[in-house]
Design a protein around this ligand. Structure first.
Ligand code: DP6
Length: 343
């Protein structure tokens, strides 16, 4: 089935690499309205629409080179990764989709992420997005980003949203063949918007998001209401972005994240990514909201938190969370203590 998608998308495109090597970067993204649950595991077709903000210069750089060897070679952050690891297997399965002859050509993949990996900051998203963009360059395909998002999705669902900077929405789609499940950029900017990365644990998470979502679909009594709830949240978040309404955006994104984790907590056995430090930080953020600060959080499948606020609340955020890494997804790079990106 995956091969059918690749075949459909690559009709009329180059099937052998045009270049020897290619490089691409893709940003990580944080879902403001989360993708949680698949209606088709193998094609990574989501149950619900989702909507994200990309993290500027935080993401993955990937180079792909054709090699005359008997197997792929994979380096992550300059370290060679063995073929038996889950990381390599997933990557090699993805590359297999694009080999012309059986097992050929083989590739050298050199990939580097500048965010804590597997800790809930969506590094697999930027990883598969960067690889897809690099493949497009290597083969000299002329595919739209929407089509590339369908290919990236086959590696990791959230990778579909990592091909753009700024706000991106991923349409869940209805078709069984997955051809209408693609992402697109929301062409709106918001210069004042800030994203704060609060690293609570930079360690690998215990349960992968793929595993956790499969488990909650089967084992959570609360899952049935999730797709409709998320659908509504996406609509409200898009409205909040259009109106640049921080309270509406923050409250809705935060509620979406709380609802996703509640679905996981309600499964048997429950899944809980929170550490005592996560709970303490959440408590502190809710306290700031009581004092009328428009500072909110969202949390992916990990113990870390992502803060959502505007520049006017930057001093408060830096005061309470001095370790936070602040990203301005739409601002100029010259702000001193923050990492900005001009889209
Ligand atoms: C909580 O995209 O990592 O970050 O498709 O199985 O690779 P797979 O899952 P993945 O799940 C991301 C889950 C999330 C929410 C989101 O990014 O929308």
């Amino acid at each position: 089935m995956k091969q059918n998608i690749v075949h459909n998308i690559l009709l009329g495109q180059q099937h052998v690499p045009k270049h020897h090597t290619a490089h691409a970067f893709a940003p990580s993204n944080i879902a403001l309205c989360k993708y949680w649950g698949k209606r088709n595991e193998s094609l990574r077709l989501p149950m619900n629409n989702s909507l994200s903000i990309s993290l500027g210069e935080y993401g993955t750089h990937t180079s792909i080179t054709v090699i005359d060897d008997k197997r792929d070679k994979i380096f992550f952050n300059r370290k060679e990764i063995g073929h038996h690891t889950a990381f390599s297997k997933r990557l090699i399965n993805f590359l297999d989709l694009f080999r012309v002859e059986k097992n050929k050509p083989y590739f050298l993949i050199e990939t580097a992420a500048n965010l804590p990996v597997c800790a809930g900051f969506a590094s697999s998203a930027s990883g598969f997005a960067a690889l897809t963009l690099a493949l497009q360059k290597l083969f000299d395909w002329h595919l739209t980003k929407e089509k590339l998002s369908i290919l990236a999705r086959l590696g990791s669902g959230s990778a579909a949203r990592s091909l753009w900077h700024g706000f991106v929405k991923w349409h869940a789609g209805h078709l069984n063949n997955g051809m209408d499940s693609y992402a697109e950029k929301i062409p709106l900017t918001w210069n004042q918007l800030c994203i704060g990365l609060l690293v609570i644990a930079a360690k690998k998470k215990k349960i992968s998001s793929s595993h956790a979502m499969a488990h909650t679909i089967l084992q959570s009594k609360r899952y049935t209401t999730w797709p409709q709830t998320a659908h509504q949240h996406c609509l409200v978040i898009e409205k909040a972005i259009k109106e640049k309404n921080m309270i509406l955006l923050g409250q809705t994104a935060q509620q979406n994240s709380i609802d996703m984790h509640a679905v996981m907590h309600a499964s048997d056995p429950p899944i809980n990514y929170n550490t005592p430090q996560t709970n303490a930080a959440i408590h502190q953020i809710l306290g700031l909201q009581k004092k009328k600060h428009a500072i909110y959080f969202t949390q992916d499948a990990g113990s870390n938190l992502i803060l959502l606020f505007t520049q006017q609340d930057m001093p408060i955020v830096l005061h309470y969370f001095p370790q936070v890494k602040v990203i301005l997804p739409f601002a100029n790079k010259d702000a001193s203590h923050v990492s900005g990106y001009f889209s």
